[in-house]
Design a protein around this ligand. Structure first.
Ligand code: NCD
Length: 331
């Protein structure tokens, strides 16, 4: 199979009018974007990807500080944001902690609102992940500077969904008319809550495959259907894979279950193995936001269309684009 991975959008610098679109804005939900803004983010990501590939040393964010606040575990999101800021010539201050390991004044009972009021005086842009749904909105109320939601509990993860769209564009060249299947924990999975909303701008057909108790929230499906998007729900993974151009796999979100027994009941419901690829649509692209647990077996990694590691790499140019756009610093 030929991997496209080609230049999908113009890597030219966006125009001054375009660059004004996101300046000073928060990135809180995938529902906030217009198609014009999405195109701008994709183009700016391609612009930065090319510059980094060409070995350019960038100074777009020189003198600026990004606060990277992670109150829930993260590997890719935090490190790709921090890499993005470094590649743009800016600096990073970090809080990375979980309920078990706490080093900030959150452990003393400080509210997120108070913390952000202060951090806003230190940094020019604030990236926040929290186990609480709505935390990024609260942070945005406290901050004058732009806030970027990097995952709020089982709510949303809009920057991940943007890099997912960028990945599909790179792997397939276009999104129009593609059938995209979202698989796994669609109830608690914040990446898919954001991704389904972004897909609705691109003329895709959507199939949802989930254990019965972990279906996509009905209000999100209704919102997307209102936009005229065709959404099918099924529990037959092999039938869905047979007609899909993209299969987006997610982890069952163990940490969001009330007890382990409930998690155990569903954890093995859908496993993507190389056997499935034999009857899947030719050229199907397999994606996953990572981390994976057992939902894609490692033998799938050798398949040319297994895009999940390339997908994680795309986090850097997409987050460079977001940081520079919200600060109006694309040079
Ligand atoms: C996701 C997340 O944190 O929501 N990971 C990520 O950001 N790449 C997905 C997950 O944890 O399952």
């Amino acid at each position: 199979m030929e991997i496209k991975n080609k230049e999908i959008v113009s890597a030219a610098k966006p125009s001054a009018d375009q660059l004004a679109l996101l300046k000073g804005k928060d990135i809180l939900s995938a529902a906030q974007f217009t198609k014009e803004e999405l195109d701008l983010i994709m183009e700016t990501a391609a612009y930065y990807e090319k510059k980094v590939k060409d070995g350019e040393v960038l100074k777009d964010m020189e003198g600026k500080v990004m606060a990277s606040l992670f109150f829930e575990p993260s590997t890719r999101t935090r490190l790709s944001f921090e890499t993005a800021m470094s590649r743009l010539g800016g600096s990073v201050i970090t809080v990375a902690e979980s309920a078990k390991v706490q080093t900030s004044s959150t452990a003393k009972g400080e509210t997120l609102y108070d913390s952000i009021r202060v951090i806003d005086l230190y940094a020019d842009v604030i990236v926040v992940r929290s186990p609480q749904k709505g935390a990024a909105d609260e942070a945005a109320l406290a901050a004058e500077n732009p806030v970027l939601n990097s995952g709020d509990g089982a709510g949303e993860h809009p920057t991940q969904a943007l890099l997912d769209i960028y990945t599909i564009l790179k792997e397939r060249g276009d999104l129009k008319g593609l059938t995209v299947t979202l698989l796994g924990d669609l109830k608690h999975g914040r990446t898919v809550h954001s991704l389904i909303r972004l897909l609705s701008h691109f003329g895709c057909h959507i199939i949802l495959v989930a254990p019965e108790k972990l279906r996509m929230p009905a209000e999100i499906v209704a919102d997307v259907e209102k936009l005229g998007v065709d959404v099918k729900q099924t529990d037959n993974l092999s039938e869905a894979a047979a007609v899909s151009d993209v299969l987006y796999v997610t982890r069952i979100q163990k940490e969001r279950f009330e007890n382990e027994a409930e998690y155990d009941l569903v954890k093995n419901d859908f496993i993507v193995e190389s056997e499935l690829l034999k009857t899947a649509k030719e050229g199907i692209v397999i994606m996953h936001p990572l981390p994976r647990v057992n939902e894609i077996t490692v033998d799938v990694d050798d398949y040319a269309g297994a895009a999940y590691f390339r997908q994680a790499g795309n986090g850097v140019p997409v987050r460079m684009a977001l940081l520079a756009l919200v600060k109006g610093c694309v040079r």
